[in-house]
Design a protein around this ligand. Sequence first.
Ligand SMILES: NC(=O)c1ccc[n+]([C@@H]2O[C@H](COP(=O)([O-])OP(=O)(O)OC[C@H]3O[C@@H](n4cnc5c(N)ncnc54)[C@H](OP(=O)(O)O)[C@@H]3O)[C@@H](O)[C@H]2O)c1
Length: 273
Amino acid sequence: MELKRAGQPVGGKGLILVTGGTGTLGRLVVPRLRDAGCNVRVLSRRSAETRDGIEFVPGDLTTGDGIEAAVEGAEIIVHCAGSNKGDEDKALNLVRAASLVGAPHVVYISVVGADRVPVVSGVDHAMFGYFASKLAAERVVADSGLPWTTLRAAQFHDLILMVARQMARLPVIPLPAGFRFQPVDAGEVAARLAELALATPAGLVPDMAGPRVYSAAELLRGYLRATHRRRPIIPVWLPGKAARAVRAGANLAPGRAVGQRTWEEFLTERLKP
Ligand SMILES: NC(=O)c1ccc[n+]([C@@H]2O[C@H](COP(=O)([O-])OP(=O)(O)OC[C@H]3O[C@@H](n4cnc5c(N)ncnc54)[C@H](OP(=O)(O)O)[C@@H]3O)[C@@H](O)[C@H]2O)c1
């Protein structure tokens, strides 16, 4: 596919590639960068067209297909693509391709607790392999030889809402005992990522978490209340070292409660009729 405007600065700023620019976070990052005068390209497995001044290029970070064309000319790469597993391989394919064509600033989004949730046993891997894969991807970025910035964010409200919706289908809801979360607004994380992308590479920056810590049951009850439902909740004790670390708060960043929007505010807005 022929790349349009590859590497050409627009409005004084160079080309920025956003991987995962179609996802919950990435699609909030893209307009912020465009509105800052950047020339933005999005890598996606799905469509390949230009919309609202954003160039979409097809590519798959797992297979490596299309990645070389996507990174061509990028001065900054905001790496938001991710899934439940395999983020280490995605990061590796991305930084390898990027290193072949230049030395872009790679801005990576990881998760609070990536370095504090030990994923050791099979049980840990089955339930918390995501944390290990985020930590491994962080290391790939840090060891890439490219300039880099990594931000660890807490769980987004959107993720908690998705889980709450699934759980609410059950007549009786099992929840992991002792688990707490500090959900953060994806829009606020997107604003921070855009700010980091346009600044000089900063390595691992301070975590970003929401304004309050909630128990899993509080979060679910908030959703049930907002949707006028009632369900019994049963606490379930999860085995393993990773679950123990989460019960001890490894996924929280109370000293970095910098997000403003609360879970309740998010629910009111999102569930508006
Ligand atoms: N959700 C949270 O609570 C949370 C908290 C902290 C950190 N994070 C991190 O933030 C990032 C974004 O999360 P999100 O919630 O926005 O995810 P999401 O809504 O599930 O979106 C995932 C994005 O990744 C892209 N993607 C997935 N696999 C890909 C592949 N093989 N090749 C190319 N693109 C691929 C998808 O693009 P296409 O489908 O268009 O190809 C999509 O744009 C992830 O790295 C995640 O680990 C998330």
